[in-house]
Ligand binder design. Structure first.
Ligand code: ADP
Ligand code: MG
Length: 252
């Protein structure tokens, strides 16, 4: 069975791409077969993995190439990718005007991925709002919402939660919020602690253990390596490892 997880928050710079790539690689290290799909025009999943951005998402969703022709194997065994680049913004525009069914993106990815024996599809999304983001959410069995705990974190979470309720009520979405992942946590600052407490109060058992602010995660993007490659003994690696374990146990 394939589980699709979408990483979403309408705010930028909250750790979506870092989480998508790290989770994908973490699951691969557990022996899972994983497909990472980059639906952000910034194409940064490629950069973090040390690959070149390419119009995979555009070719899949606009040119309607089959998944088999846009999917790439990587040299991390078990990790497959559909990369993105600036042309993904064309896909965003086209989907906004095309009035395709909300299930369109899911139908292009999930069914063929299941046939290929993919255990997890991880979808990284852009901070903008529109049809592509909604289709990416609708495709999800589980949604992970990373939120930086340093500024108005709960606003971003509420916005996604409202969208999810709407696609549940209006379009029969059957997924769930897997969890809210506090990121950029800094146990020294009062703001971080207060924001985390606020999230805890509002979202209770949906709140996952936080990922601390860690410069090493920034370096990963520069080096084109995941934290499990650059510094597997770091606290950041241990915290993401915990997320991987939670995801493996989720829905079982
Ligand atoms: N926990 C963290 N601590 C410090 N830097 C981080 C952390 N998570 C991500 N980053 C860095 O912050 C920037 C934004 O993260 P990114 O994952 O690209 O966010 P988003 O995809 O939500 O825009 C990147 O440079 C990334 O390397
Ligand atoms: Mg991103």
């Amino acid at each position: 069975m394939t589980t699709t997880l979408t990483i979403a928050n309408q705010k930028g710079g909250v750790g979506k791409t870092t989480t998508a790539v790290t989770l994908a690689h973490g699951l691969v290290r557990k022996g899972k077969k994983v497909l990472l799909v980059d639906l952000d025009p910034q194409g940064q999943c490629a950069t973090i993995l040390g690959l070149k951005p390419e119009p995979g998402a555009f070719n899949l969703l606009v040119a309607e190439h089959p998944l088999a022709t846009v999917i790439r194997a990587t040299d991390r065994e078990g990790l497959f990718v559909v990369l993105g680049d600036r042309k993904t913004s064309v896909a965003q525009t086209v989907l906004n005007v095309q009035r395709s069914p909300i299930s369109f993106t899911q139908s292009k990815i999930a069914a063929p991925a299941a046939k290929d024996g993919i255990d997890y599809v991880i979808i990284d999304t852009s901070p903008s709002v529109g049809e592509l983001q909604e289709q990416a959410l609708w495709a999800a069995d589980g949604v992970i919402i990373p939120c930086a705990v340093d500024y108005l974190a709960s606003d971003g979470v509420f916005n996604i939660a409202i969208t999810l309720k709407r696609i549940h009520d209006e379009s029969g979405w059957k997924g769930k919020i897997l969890g809210i992942l506090p990121t950029f946590y800094d146990s020294v600052t009062r703001e971080s602690k207060a924001t985390l407490q606020d999230l805890q109060k509002r979202f209770e058992n949906l709140l996952l253990p936080p990922i601390h602010r860690a410069t090493i995660l920034r370096e990963c993007a520069v080096e084109g390596k995941t934290i499990f490659e650059l510094d597997p003994s770091s606290r950041a690696a241990a915290q993401y490892e915990q997320l991987v374990a939670y995801v493996c146990a989720w829905g079982k």
